[in-house]
Write a protein that binds this ligand. Structure first.
Ligand code: ZN
Length: 348
């Protein structure tokens, strides 16, 4: 039943979603956090000290979706759509240097997306930061990378028909990664394969995207079948049950792979940095974009460093208060509801 899992998740998911209304447009915030935490757990034992960084890095895994508000260049970092290229194009053969790659292909970066280059650029920065023992910056780059790696494992982030707009399936994007995944996906379904060092990370990232892109038609077809089963009612329980039946395996595999691949990237950064000693984790990370310095709302764009630093702390406080407020609302609402039910049970 669709309603049951929704009820089960509500205490966790609802306050978070209240706090982060802008997190739409990718896996929901909850999945980004789950992937980041699973990747940390999945690190090889020799890098075990970095597992504790999961705490400060989990929430920042959501920030890149929020940076879109203040940074017009942020959007294309969240996808890559190989089906905009001629059929048979070997995307693994493109240069890992973005400028060179776009000279090799006939495509517009903002249209086709730049996720693979954003990922390898952050890998390079994370490696340099670890080598220089700048662990705040390493963790910030690793958390942002976590977001883009998770996004490219969502099949609809790897097709030009990302919202079913070319096949009369508009809205399929949020139905699949938002409504359905939030309702049915459980964190204990994340079973990542072992992490390993990546000798050619860019080729690997493109390989993951190739696989994700191949899953897009499966997801789009499932939407059509589920819609038919539900007599066109895409907001019905029948529709979502059938959709999960047809795509649940794909979603669970893709999210597990995202966690495995992310841990391999973090491990690769650390190995390439010369395996520096890992300190105790930080308390929290700045919310500012690692690319442009914008905050998670347009108001904190620009401004002097001191001012933006205090605004950044205010944003962090706002998130925490919104989460607490959401929880309080839930408690109050459920006690009112229980009161009404008890009064009904007693009769007039
Ligand atoms: Zn995203």
């Amino acid at each position: 039943m669709r309603a049951a899992p929704l009820r089960r998740l509500a205490p966790v998911a609802l306050p978070l979603l209240l706090a982060l209304p802008l997190a739409a447009g990718a896996w929901s915030g909850v999945q980004h956090i789950q992937i980041s935490k699973a990747a940390a757990r999945n690190l090889p034992d020799e890098m075990a000290a970095f597992r504790d960084f999961a705490r400060p890095m989990a929430l920042p895994a959501i920030y890149p979706d929020l940076w879109k508000e203040g940074d017009p260049d942020e959007g294309p970092r969240h996808y890559f759509e190989p089906d905009r290229l001629p059929p048979g194009t070997d995307i693994r053969a493109f240069s890992p240097v973005q400028i060179e790659a776009f000279l090799q292909m006939d495509a517009i970066p903002a249209e086709i997306g730049i996720a693979p280059w954003a990922i390898v650029e952050l890998l390079a920065q994370m490696t340099d930061a670890m080598r220089a023992t700048n662990w705040t910056w390493a963790a910030q780059c690793g958390a942002a990378m976590s977001h883009y790696v998770a996004d490219v494992h969502m099949p609809l982030h790897c097709t030009r028909n990302f919202n079913g707009q070319e096949t009369w399936q508009v809205g399929v994007h949020s139905r699949v990664e938002g409504d359905m995944t939030k309702a049915f996906f459980r964190a204990d379904a994340i079973r990542p394969g072992p992490a390993g060092h990546l000798a050619e990370p860019f080729r690997d990232v493109m390989g993951w995207i190739e696989h994700s892109a191949a899953m897009a038609p499966v997801v789009l077809r499932a939407d059509l079948i589920a819609k038919r089963s539900a007599n066109g009612r895409i907001d019905s329980e029948t529709y979502f049950l059938r959709l999960w039946e047809l795509t649940g395996d794909v979603i669970e595999t893709q999210i597990s792979d995202a966690a495995a691949h992310l841990s391999s990237l973090w491990y690769t950064a650390w190995v390439n940095a010369g395996k520096p000693a890992i300190p105790a984790p930080l308390d929290e990370l700045p919310v500012l974009s690692v690319h442009s310095g914008v905050g998670i709302d347009p108001a904190s764009e620009g401004g002097p460093v001191g001012a933006s630093r205090s605004r950044q702390n205010q944003r962090y406080d706002t998130i925490i208060w919104a989460v607490m407020g959401g929880l309080a609302l839930l408690v109050v609402a459920s006690s009112i509801w229980r009161g009404i039910q008890e009064r009904k049970a007693k009769g007039p």
